[in-house]
Design a protein around this ligand. Structure first.
Ligand code: ADP
Ligand code: MG
Length: 316
């Protein structure tokens, strides 16, 4: 970059630095060659998600604030899915030249209130302007919470499967403002022995199979009447001609948590869920592989119908 452009970048980084402020547990944030983060002795959760213009959002249709919010929210959701506590975020941006500072400010305005709400320090990043489209890559560190992280692979046959909220139709707008389920995850983690957990980013029919595979090739049967269907799924169904339950199963970007616990714990959890946490039983894990839906006494196999980045083109 030329000197003046570099200077512009430095001013911008100064501005970001002031806006980010300081945070407990991050003795060095923005401003040096590296950040220094006080890490949890039991390990550090690290997750990265990249959002690309034309792929995950469209600049023009979506505001920089919405994009900034989402870039942070999807990462916070990943930390929640491990029952961790989010801590420090690193944001690398490729800004289209021309509107770069305004865009950077917009992204920041979307991120900071969410960061504050979830106790996340904006601790560093990288700023580049180029001729290409907007790229936002966010890396988030999080702390494991005793008795340890909850993995996808801890499911056992006989476990009951739950989700933390109604599913489907998020593309009608909820996908722009997902609410990461950190409080829910931590409350559940404190209350019961969570065997397996995942956040629903690609959709239940795509994400639950990750638990099944990682848990040693289990299967699951879901009970159609038990699946909480979001009103947006029903509205979506009117437009697409698909059923509301198909939207609940296959639509992505709900960012609810899906988890499993043993059958006895499930009853206890339903009898007294942690304050402010919704738990919906949707089915059971079984040793018979495959994901099945039971509806009106008929069982059918569900294939991953969620979005697959390698199969389908388009944006969402
Ligand atoms: P270096 O060239 O040594 O990597 P930079 O000039 O890229 O340093 O960055 C200076 C400081 O500003 C670093 O602490 C870096 O993490 C931070 N930073 C740069 N861009 C951003 C951004 N978009 N958001 C947050 N922090 C940033
Ligand atoms: Mg740099």
């Amino acid at each position: 970059m030329s000197t003046t452009k570099r200077e512009g970048e430095f001013d911008l980084i100064d501005e970001i630095r002031r806006a980010a402020g300081t945070a407990l547990g991050v003795p060095l944030g923005i401003g040096d060659d590296c950040a220094l983060v006080a890490t949890d002795p039991t390990g550090q959760l690290v997750t990265t998600d990249m959002l690309l213009d034309g792929r995950h959002f469209r600049l023009g249709e979506h505001t920089p604030e919405q994009i900034g919010y989402k870039a942070l929210a999807v990462n916070v959701s990943d930390i929640a899915a491990m029952a961790g506590r989010p801590r420090a975020a690193f944001v690398a941006v490729g800004l289209p030249r021309g509107d770069a500072p305004a865009l950077a400010r917009g992204l920041l305005a979307g991120m900071l209130p969410l960061a504050e709400r979830f106790g996340v320090a904006l601790a560093g990043g990288d700023t580049n302007a180029w001729e290409g489209p907007l790229v936002v890559s966010l890396t988030l560190l999080g702390d494991p919470v005793p008795p340890g992280v909850v993995r996808r692979g801890g499911g056992r046959a006989g476990d009951v499967v739950f989700v933390t909220g109604p599913l489907g139709g998020s593309l009608l707008g909820r996908h722009l403002r997902p609410e990461p389920r950190v409080k829910e995850a931590l409350a559940l983690h404190a209350a019961v022995d969570l065997h397996a957990m995942i956040d629903l980013s690609d959709g239940l029919s795509s994400d639950l199979p990750h638990i099944l595979e990682e848990s040693g090739g289990l299967g699951a049967t879901l009970e159609a009447p038990w699946i909480p269907i979001h009103p947006d799924a029903a509205r979506m169904a009117e437009r697409t001609g698909k059923t509301a339950i198909a939207h609940a199963l296959d639509d992505g970007e709900d960012f609810e948590l899906c988890f499993s616990v043993d059958a006895e714990t499930a009853l206890r959890l339903e009898a007294s869920p942690p304050a402010g946490v919704m738990v919906h039983r949707i089915g059971v894990l079984e040793s018979r592989p495959g994901l099945r839906l039971r509806q009106d006494g008929v069982e059918r196999l569900i294939r991953p119908g969620g979005f697959d980045h390698f199969r389908e083109a388009g944006t969402r």
